[in-house]
Design a binder for this molecule. Structure first.
Ligand SMILES: C[S@@+](CC[C@H](N)C(=O)[O-])C[C@H]1O[C@@H](n2cnc3c(N)ncnc32)[C@H](O)[C@@H]1O
Length: 336
């Protein structure tokens, strides 16, 4: 398959992610006043199946929790932090943080994606008062393919290229401080690239950043079993291949993504585990009333093939060593 077609198919996965988020918001699983400004003709989009809405709810709630804990830890250490979202697509997390309870803990939020995606997002931001009002001193950059502002940067880059070209050019120290606590987000991105390329990206940050470094990866795994093979075939029919999944056939393999490139600790949980033990009961009860789901076994099978893995590079004795998801009995639901 020509590379251009394969990349177009990868970029289309952003439309899926954005429509899934919109659907979960329309059906009241999630609150997100910004998503409708990033999805064309949002009011005409049909909702997704309940199973997809629940998956989107579990994934978003858990990643939000990890991100808010990072912001809280920064604040408790008396510092602000920066977040770099790679393959950010039409994600709205920056706007939710910048208008939420932890906004003062955020120094900068940086998003990278293919230029075709960042051009569309830059246009949507310029068109929407709600989105642009959250940015400070905003300017269009990179010939219309990016956005520069005091608290948010949108940058066009193919992160499969060697990091010294793809990242170093875009992330000078006046945009990405080498010393502030830095959280890297890869939400359903690395699975589309060769494992060597994603390891090179992670290593670049490990070598460059001197402050606490955290990272969150969300993606499918365990694709070697019969259900996983069906997922692979379905995506192949849409010209999408998943070279990044090969090294991760099991739960045990997931943390090695981080520990093999210099992170000091890492953990992984499936969405099935997270739904069972890491989402507050009040939230589970609330969403149980939203839609009828009779296929619980099927839901659990799907959720068992998606995982959130997080890694940290910081001295373990410091408070950063405690960063991670916490079981629901002690979990704090952010009321933003
Ligand atoms: C499934 S979407 C996820 C979008 C967003 N992270 C979310 O969860 O809503 C995958 C995104 O990764 C981006 N992506 C994939 N490979 C990339 C690469 N080599 N360089 C930059 N972006 C890439 C795609 O363009 C797409 O926007």
């Amino acid at each position: 398959m020509p590379v251009a077609d394969a990349d177009a198919a990868i970029r289309l996965t952003d439309t899926d992610a954005a429509l899934a988020r919109l659907s979960a918001v329309q059906k009241r699983y999630l609150e997100d006043p910004f998503v409708k400004h990033l999805v064309p003709r949002a009011h005409l989009q049909p909702p997704r199946a309940p199973l997809i809405n629940i998956g989107t709810f579990v994934r978003t709630t858990a990643i939000d929790d990890l991100v808010f804990r990072w912001l809280q830890t920064s604040a408790s250490e008396g510092t602000r932090c920066q977040i770099v979202s790679i393959g950010a697509g039409s994600d709205t997390r920056f706007w939710r943080i910048a208008t939420g309870a932890h906004k003062d803990a955020l120094a900068t939020y940086i998003e990278l994606d293919f230029p075709e995606i960042t051009t569309k997002k830059a246009m949507a931001i310029r068109k929407s008062k709600e989105l642009s009002a959250v940015l400070k001193d905003v300017k269009v950059s990179h010939g219309g393919t990016g956005i520069a502002s005091a608290n948010y940067h949108l940058l066009p880059a193919d992160i499969r290229l060697p990091p010294d070209a793809a990242l170093a050019n875009h992330l000078p120290s006046n945009i990405l401080s080498p010393t502030l606590p830095t959280l890297l987000l890869f939400e359903c991105v690395l699975v589309y690239m060769a494992p060597e390329s994603s390891a090179a990206v992670l290593r670049w940050f490990v070598e460059r950043q001197t402050g606490p470094l955290g990272s969150i990866v969300y993606e499918m795994f365990r694709l070697q079993d019969s259900f996983g093979r069906v997922m692979v075939e379905n995506l192949k029919a849409r010209n999408v291949s998943l070279p990044g999944a090969a090294p991760y056939p099991s739960m045990e393999s997931l943390p090695t993504r981080f520990t093999s490139v210099g992170f000091s600790a890492a953990q992984a949980l499936t969405l099935k585990d997270i739904r069972k033990s890491y989402i507050p009961t009040s939230e589970l009860e609330r969403i149980a009333h939203l839609e009828l789901v009779d296929e619980i076994e099927e839901l659990e099978l799907v959720l068992d093939h998606y995982a959130i893995t997080w890694g940290i590079r910081a001295p373990p004795e410091r408070v950063w060593g405690q960063w991670g998801l916490v079981k629901a009995t002690t979990a704090v639901v952010d009321e933003d």
